[in-house]
Design a protein around this ligand. Structure first.
Ligand code: SAM
Length: 399
């Protein structure tokens, strides 16, 4: 049974490799940022594993952006690996190794002896018949001070999607109907739902939130969403159980502010309305907001986090997920704004903007910067930099 499931999943991705991307296109998986989570200095050339890499957008981004990094990418579908192979040749990369393998049978000696410094496993294990087993096998390949980024689907936030997928599955198409015929039927249904929505004036469930773009997404994305042969979403309890069973520890969410009740509901937080236990708080967030995935950083129990206070001698760098902007107002000079990931823009003080610009390309210590600028009020600048660090505008690099 489990072999049959795996085979269906592999065949789907063989035909519709994910993520769809143009040749050479890649994304930054923030490896340098993740390596900065540990306070134990890294003394070797770091290693990165993209487990279930698909067409390799993250693996390629990691290899292109960090020439010192040794990148490993594995998947059990060949089409995705072929796409990466083409790009490796085209880009002349020599720091990336590909391996076709099934994560359900991950060889214990796969990768470097000391384990991987960073492991990515994004959108993969909920498509396997043994997600807990895969997570445990990957944990076994994580270095003691390594960091794993795991993303799995969240049941509650994807409820509308599963309802629509369920409706599509119930359409009385013949058993021999090809996946393309199913896609056509699903798309026609969605199109009609769009006109119903227009008539009603409010969206039907299958077109709300993340699903609103369903008719314009690529074929690969559409199939991945609605016609997947095996998509077993998580809930918070199961996620916690699998993390613990794998011998791992939850470090924090990737989008930490989206799970932070003080950020989301400051008045109720101020009144002390919420419980103090982290997981109970996450459950409240999940009930009140749409969270369609659990995207988190995991570590091993002996992990030594670099979470002490910032000092003048610490190297600091602009976080890779920051977008900085300068807005000019006629007669009023410049206003500096920045945002991390998809969070709203925040206005920066002049000191904050100056620090961020100074460490955008290269890591520096605050001490070096203040002496270059001839500034004396160290306390003020340290406070400004600490605020930037707390809100993820800065990180402390470790290699
Ligand atoms: C939704 S795609 C995610 C691709 C990539 N991680 C990303 O975030 O874009 C899921 C990938 O997991 C791979 N996969 C699923 N089960 C696997 C298994 N048992 N062993 C290896 N790869 C697997 C699929 O072939 C597919 O490429």
């Amino acid at each position: 049974m489990s072999n049959q499931t795996s085979e269906k999943v592999r065949a789907l991705y063989e035909k519709y490799p994910y993520p769809p991307r143009a040749p050479g296109e890649s994304v930054d998986p923030y490896v340098d940022y993740m390596l900065g989570f540990s306070r134990v200095p890294l003394r070797h050339s770091p290693t990165f594993l993209d487990a279930g890499c698909g067409t390799g957008a993250c693996a390629l981004g990691a290899a292109v952006l960090n020439k010192n990094l040794q990148v490993f990418a594995c998947d059990f579908n060949q089409s995705g690996l072929d796409a990466i192979e083409d790009d490796i040749d085209e880009l002349g990369l020599n720091n990336i190794e590909l391996r076709r393998l099934d994560l359900l049978n991950l060889p214990e000696d796969f990768g470097p002896e000391q384990g991987f410094d960073v492991i990515y496993c994004m959108g993969v294990i909920h498509h396997t018949p043994d997600p807990a087993g895969v997570l445990k096998a990957l944990a076994g390949r994580l270095a003691p001070q390594g960091v794993m980024r795991l993303m799995v689907y969240a049941d509650k936030g994807r409820h509308a999607l599963y309802r629509f997928a369920g409706a599509v599955q119930s359409l009385p198409l013949s058993h021999e109907a090809t996946i393309d015929e199913r896609v056509m039927a699903a798309k026609s249904l969605l199109m009609e739902l769009e006109s119903v929505t227009a008539r009603q004036g409010y969206p039907v469930p299958s077109l709300r939130g993340i699903l609103a773009d369903s008719n314009s997404v690529s074929l690969e994305e559409f199939v991945d969403r609605y016609l997947h042969p095996h998509d077993e979403p998580y809930n918070l309890g199961l996620l916690r159980e699998h993390i613990e069973a794998a011998g791992l520890k939850f470090h924090r969410w990737f989008e930490s502010r989206y799970w932070d009740l003080e950020e989301l509901l400051p008045e109720a937080s101020e009144r002390g309305d919420f419980p103090t236990d982290d997981w109970q708080r996450f459950e409240i967030v999940e009930e009140l907001f749409d969270r369609d995935q659990y995207d988190c950083y995991l570590v091993k129990p002996g992990f030594l986090a670099n979470d002490g206070p910032l000092t003048l001698d610490c190297s600091i760098k602009l976080s890779p997920q920051v977008h900085l902007t300068e807005v000019s107002y006629r007669g009023f000079g410049l206003e500096h704004k920045a945002r991390v990931l998809f969070y709203p823009d925040e206005s920066l003080s002049l000191e904050q903007a100056k620090i961020l610009k100074a460490v955008a390309k290269q890591a520096r210590t605050l001490k070096e910067l203040l002496s270059e600028w001839g500034v004396e009020n160290e306390r003020l600048w340290l406070n400004e930099a600490s605020w930037l660090l707390r809100r993820d505008y800065l990180f402390r690099p470790n290699f």
